[in-house]
Ligand binder design. Structure first.
Ligand SMILES: Nc1ncnc2c1ncn2[C@@H]1O[C@H](COP(=O)(O)OP(=O)(O)OP(=O)(O)O)[C@@H](O)[C@H]1O
Length: 324
């Protein structure tokens, strides 16, 4: 049986703050398979940073255990570190005057890779993040996105079982974001497990097949992305742009499972924007919606399945409501 990239088993962590015990994590359990991308989500203070630091061997757990590729991070942190790469990103962490190839080779040699295989491994790693054609350019000529992909390439030099990515697309423009995502999307094909945290929920929506949500130090959800969306009400968001406001959202619309979410002038104020949540999209839905305006005033209709962003807002709202 292949080993899991990551097993988090009943992990708890207490801090002492002004002599009072603070429980940041209690009984956290989940796993990441090799070849799987798992998104880790949580509102601020839910315990993500604490958990990532424990997995990265930077902090010890008060209870429970963490295995990276079968190695217990507390019992053998040195060995565990050879099997995981943490990509926190940012502008720092490279030798700016060296080329991308030299940077990758240098970090490969620091991780104990034999000298004769360094150049080939570095070229492979750069190729997998789309930087092979600029391998000989010095890093201080790189854009932010290229540096971020170089971080990932360097992380791949040690052939890790687990890659942890924390906010990988922060500060990147849309094109660079897409390139970074494309590089991450390749990792499962190489048998690597990925734990991805990001406040950009589109990263998680686009890349992860499973989502683990931490709430107040516990795992509140651990399930495939599609199931999460479905469990939280599923549905479809419909946005209608019209030349006149929609006045007639009535009991009949509500009875058809259609709820008005937003009704306001559009950003450029040239039209009116109404957003609806449609519980179950049927042939009838469009007919019911169309009846809300006099003929000829609808300019555009956009239909979108409910995304992770809405689901997460819904869950986070429920949590803060519950905790007062
Ligand atoms: N060194 C510390 N001493 C005391 N309490 C701490 C310490 N570090 C974290 N905590 C507390 O533990 C809880 C979890 O913190 P953590 O930073 O892990 O959350 P997070 O989900 O990463 O939040 P954020 O997204 O804001 O970083 C919080 O209540 C926090 O106040």
């Amino acid at each position: 049986m292949t080993r899991l990239a990551l097993v988090v088993d009943g992990v708890g962590r207490d801090y002492t703050d002004k002599k009072k015990a603070v429980t940041a994590l209690s009984e956290v359990s989940f796993s990441v398979g090799r070849g799987e991308i798992v998104g880790l989500l949580g509102v601020n203070g839910a315990g993500k940073t604490t958990l990532l630091r424990i997995i990265a061997t930077l902090l010890t757990a008060t209870r429970g255990r963490v295995l990276v590729d079968g190695v217990d991070v507390a019992a053998d942190p040195k060995e565990a570190r050879t099997r995981l790469s943490v990509v926190f990103g940012g502008d720092r962490g490279h030798y700016p005057r060296l080329s991308a190839l030299d940077n990758a080779m240098l970090f490969g040699s620091l991780s104990g890779m034999p000298t004769r295989s360094l150049a080939n491994a570095a070229r492979d790693a750069l190729a997998s993040v789309g930087l092979l054609d600029v391998a000989d350019r010095s890093v201080n000529t790189f854009s932010k996105g290229m540096k971020q992909r170089l971080h990932l390439a360097v992380g791949l030099m040690a052939r890790p079982a687990l890659v942890m990515l924390d906010e990988p697309t922060v500060g990147l423009d849309p094109l660079e974001t897409e390139r970074l995502r494309a590089a991450v999307a390749k990792l499962p094909g190489e048998g690597i497990g990925v734990l991805l945290t990001s406040h950009n929920l589109q990263d998680i929506e686009r890349l992860a097949s499973r989502v683990v949500i931490l709430q107040e130090g516990r795992v509140s959800h651990d399930l495939p992305l599609d199931d999460l969306v479905e469990q939280s009400g599923g549905g479809t968001t419909v946005t209608v742009l019209s030349s006149e406001p929609c006045h007639a959202a009535t009991e009949a619309t509500e009875a058809s499972g259609i709820r008005v979410l937003v009704s306001e002038p559009s950003a450029d104020e040239s039209s009116w924007r109404t957003e609806f949540e449609v519980a179950e999209w049927t042939r009838d839905s469009l007919r019911v919606l169309a009846q809300l305006w006099p003929s000829g005033v609808i300019r555009d209709v956009r239909v979108q399945p409910v995304g992770l962003e809405q689901v997460f807002k819904h869950l986070a709202g429920a949590e803060s409501g519950a905790s007062g």
